[in-house]
Design a protein around this ligand. Structure first.
Ligand code: ADP
Length: 390
C-alpha cells in the first residue's frame, strides 16, 4: 500500500519482489526517513521499498542480487559480501558499515545497517537499510582539504530507537534538574534578601544537589551504553532484571508522566541467560514502548503497565502486559511480520517486533503475544537459562 507523503515526510511502501514471500506481500506503508530498505539473501532481493529502487537504479522488475552487487563500488563490494555471508550464517547478528555505490564518477556514500532476520517460512535473510550521506567525490575532497576524518561516520544502528526514547530521556533528566533549580534558586534568593545562611542547611542542600547529579549521571551512562550498542555473538552472561532496570532508568518516568501506573514484579533469584545485554534491552524497550503507545490510545481511567520476570523449567521469562485496547484477533498473526504497523506515520515503523523476535530467536528463545481476558495485551519473552541451551 502506498500512501501520499505529508509535508516534510518521506513515506514509503515496500514493493513485493517475490510473490512467494507471504510476509512481504503484507507489508504496510512505513516512514523511515527516506531510508532505502531491502531484504536480501545470497542471490535475491526478496523485497525492497521504492527508495531502495531509486538508490540502486532498479527498474522495478529486478529480483536478482547481482546487479546490486555491481552497483556497489569495487572497494566496498568484498566487505559487503563478507558481512552478508556472516549474517546469513548467523555468525553476526547486526553490523553497521559504509557503502559506496552508484554509477562510476557519480558514486555516493551510504550509511548501511544490516541485520539478520528470519524471513517468511523462517529462512534467514538480511534486512538492509541504506542512508544517503552524499556524493563520494565531495566527501572525499572535503576530508582531504580539512585533514579531518569527515567521511568517517559513526554508524549507530540504535539511533532510530533512541529517537523514540528522546522524550523519555528528557523526562528522566528534567526532574533532577528541577530539584537542582529549586535548591539553588532558594539559596540565591536567600542571599539577595540578606538571610544568614546556616552552614548545616547549606551542606544539606549541596548533598541534595550532588544526589541529583549522580542520578542524571546514571541516566546518561545508561543511555550512552545503550546507544553504543554491542555486536557479535550472544555469549555474555546477562541478568534479565538488569536489562529491565536499565530500560526503566531510561523511560520509566516518561511512562508515569503519561498517567500510566508501572507495576514491577522482578524475581530476584533468576539464573542468568546467554545474551548481549544491549540487544535484550532493545527488545524490552520495544515491548514497553509499544505498551505505552497502546495505553496512550485508550481512555481508560486506570492505565497499568506490568513487567514481571521469572523462571520455570530452565527458561527465564520477561512478561510485559498492559490494559490497553489489545490486538484485533485477525492481526495477532501478523504483528511479527517486518513492516507491519497499525500506527500513524512517525509513530511506528513496523520493525520493532520482527527485530525483537529475530534477536530472541537467535538466543534460542521466542516471544509470545496474546490478548488478556479483560482487555490489553501480554507479550512474553522466553529465553533458555545459561547452561540450558540445546
Ligand atoms: P510498530 O510499533 O512500529 O508499529 P511493532 O513491530 O513493534 O511495530 O508492532 C507491530 C504492531 O503490533 C503495532 O503497530 C501494533 O498494531 C501491534 N502491537 C504491538 N504491541 C502492542 C500492544 N501492547 N497493544 C496493542 N497492539 C500492539
Amino acid at each position: 500500500m502506498s500512501v501520499s507523503p505529508r509535508a516534510g515526510e518521506c513515506r514509503v511502501s515496500m514493493s513485493n519482489r517475490n510473490p512467494s514471500h507471504e510476509a512481504s506481500s503484507r507489508n504496510q506503508a512505513v516512514d523511515l526517513a527516506c531510508l532505502g530498505i531491502a531484504i536480501l539473501n545470497r542471490d535475491e532481493i526478496l523485497a525492497c521499498n521504492p527508495r531502495f529502487q531509486e538508490i540502486a537504479g532498479f527498474d522495478g522488475a529486478e529480483g536478482r542480487l547481482e546487479p546490486f552487487l555491481q552497483w556497489i563500488a569495487p572497494a566496498y563490494r568484498e566487505p559487503f559480501l563478507l558481512h552478508l555471508e556472516a549474517l546469513l550464517q548467523g555468525d553476526l547478528m547486526r553490523v553497521g558499515f559504509e557503502l559506496g555505490g552508484g554509477p562510476v564518477g557519480a558514486g555516493r556514500l551510504f550509511l548501511g545497517d544490516a541485520q539478520r532476520i528470519l524471513f517468511a517460512a523462517g529462512f534467514p535473510a538480511v534486512h538492509l537499510t541504506l542512508k544517503d550521506l552524499g556524493s563520494l567525490a565531495v566527501l572525499q575532497s572535503r576530508s582531504t582539504e580539512d585533514d579531518g576524518p569527515q567521511v568517517k561516520v559513526h554508524h549507530d544502528d540504535r539511533l532510530a530507537v533512541l529517537g523514540s526514547m528522546a522524550a523519555g530521556i528528557a523526562h528522566e533528566l528534567n526532574q533532577p534538574l528541577n530539584t537542582i533549580r529549586v535548591v539553588t534558586d532558594g539559596l540565591l534568593f536567600g542571599r539577595s534578601e540578606g538571610w544568614l545562611l546556616d552552614q548545616e542547611e547549606l551542606f544539606e542542600d549541596l548533598e541534595m544537589i550532588s544526589r541529583q547529579v549522580v542520578r542524571m549521571d546514571k541516566v546518561i551512562q545508561t543511555v550512552r551504553n545503550f546507544a553504543r550498542g554491542e555486536r557479535g555473538r550472544a555469549d555474555e552472561s546477562v541478568h534479565v532484571n538488569v536489562a529491565v532496570e536499565n530500560v526503566l532508568t531510561m523511560i520509566g518516568r516518561q511512562i508515569e508522566a503519561h498517567g500510566i501506573r508501572l507495576e514491577k514484579d522482578l524475581d530476584p533469584e533468576l539464573p542468568p541467560i546467554r545474551a548481549i545485554l544491549n540487544e535484550l534491552e532493545q527488545v524490552v524497550m520495544n515491548l514497553i514502548v509499544n505498551a505505552r503507545q497502546a495505553l496512550d490510545e485508550c481512555a481508560r481511567p486506570r492505565k497499568i503497565l506490568r513487567i514481571r520476570t521469572g523462571s520455570r523449567d530452565g527458561t527465564v521469562f520477561i512478561e510485559v502486559s498492559d490494559n490497553g485496547p489489545g490486538i484485533a484477533e485477525p492481526l495477532l498473526e501478523r504483528i511479527f511480520d517486518p513492516f507491519f504497523t497499525t500506527k500513524e506515520v512517525g509513530q511506528g515503523t513496523g520493525l520493532g517486533l520482527s527485530i525483537s523476535q529475530s534477536i530472541v530467536r537467535n538466543l534460542g528463545g521466542r516471544i509470545d503475544a496474546a490478548n488478556n481476558g479483560n482487555g490489553g495485551a501480554t507479550f512474553v519473552i522466553h529465553v533458555p537459562a545459561a547452561g540450558e541451551e540445546t
